[in-house]
Design a protein around this ligand. Structure first.
Ligand code: KMH
Ligand code: ZN
Length: 311
């Protein structure tokens, strides 16, 4: 792992896992997404990982015009790095997922490193009064849904977005095998160091929230990538704080945000993304760990710069 030693905070602002009924604080409209993202940046997030949602229903949408309703606002109001999802939502084809990133050519995009089950359906049991009919349907369909990220899909992303647009990646690794998939593309010269490896714990279908897995991910990433990778950690739901804190102690970087976890503490919904950023920032301060600025992150991750994006 590369020793960056200033901690990069990524904030994933809204995502495509949670639905409006689950929290009144989940940002939905372009203005809500922009405001929440800017607040998160002001609180210390250097990278903003962004999805778009239909402003009326809150359903994840791949439409570039919707992204364009909040990206310029965020770009004007903060120097944080904008990272657009290529994972999209569980209602999209790979082509739909790539449309906005290819048009907008951000400094960073996510790149999901393997096809997998992605079970959101257990959440259905926890709610009864849905705000929108799409919500339980969207969650239910994940019982029989493959989150498709084949070798061909990943190659397309690396070629078209990476080589074609100069976009660099948050490599989303939900299991140990995904590290080996990344190593395959590194060997082929399609991914260039430094690699920003996001280790993801606690998605139903991916590796679970056991600390042994965190240690093993780190060990295998070290073996495959040596000092050529920058390590970041996220964990779904209630494991968010303990995993990112442990990861930071181990020399890693952290991702928080309402995409990954709706809560601030046990039984307490986070009222904003900034609340979660401030919480981890406070923990990092207690550990005498400094946070990286967007300018420092652009250097650490060799990003093309904000002047090179198409929005
Ligand atoms: N919600 C899933 C489609 C990404 O942003 O690239 C996974 C996801 C990953 O959100
Ligand atoms: Zn995402």
């Amino acid at each position: 792992m590369a020793e960056t030693r200033k901690v990069i905070i990524t904030c994933a602002v809204t995502g495509a896992i949670h639905t409006p009924t689950m929290s009144p604080y989940l940002p939905i409209t372009p203005d809500q997404i922009a405001t929440s993202a800017v607040e998160a940046a002001e609180a210390g997030a250097a990278i903003l990982h962004l999805h778009a949602r239909d402003p009326q229903t809150g359903c994840p949408t791949p439409i570039a015009e919707v992204f364009l309703e909040f990206l310029p606002q965020i770009k004007q109001r903060t120097d944080a790095i904008i990272n657009i999802t290529t994972g999209g939502g569980h209602n999209m084809t790979v082509e739909q997922r790539l449309a906005a990133p290819l048009r907008l050519q951000p400094e960073m995009c996510s790149c999901n490193m393997g096809s997998m089950n992605f079970g959101l359906f257990p959440a259905i049991e926890k709610f009864s009064d849905w705000q929108h009919p799409w919500e339980p349907q969207y969650l239910e369909r994940t019982r029989d849904f493959i989150f498709k990220n084949t070798f061909a899909d990943i190659e397309t992303i690396l070629e078209k977005l990476g080589r074609g647009c100069g976009t660099r990646f948050e490599f989303e690794c939900y299991d140990i095998g995904h590290l080996y998939n990344l190593a395959y593309f590194v060997d082929r010269g399609l991914a260039k160091p430094p690699f920003f490896v996001q280790s993801i714990f606690g998605i139903l279908g991916g590796i679970g929230c056991d600390i042994e897995n965190l240690l093993h991910m780190r060990r295998i990433a070290d073996k495959l990538f040596g000092r050529d990778y920058v390590w970041s950690i996220l964990a779904a739901g209630k494991h968010q704080t303990n995993f990112v804190t442990t990861g930071a102690i181990m020399g890693g970087n952290v991702r928080v945000g309402l995409e990954d976890n709706l809560y601030l503490g046990k039984g307490e919904l986070a009222k904003s993304n900034a609340d979660q950023v401030r919480k981890i920032r406070g923990i990092l301060a207690e550990l005498s760990l400094e946070i990286a600025t967007p300018t420092e992150v652009r250097q650490i991750l060799a990003l093309k710069g904000v002047s090179q994006v198409a929005f």
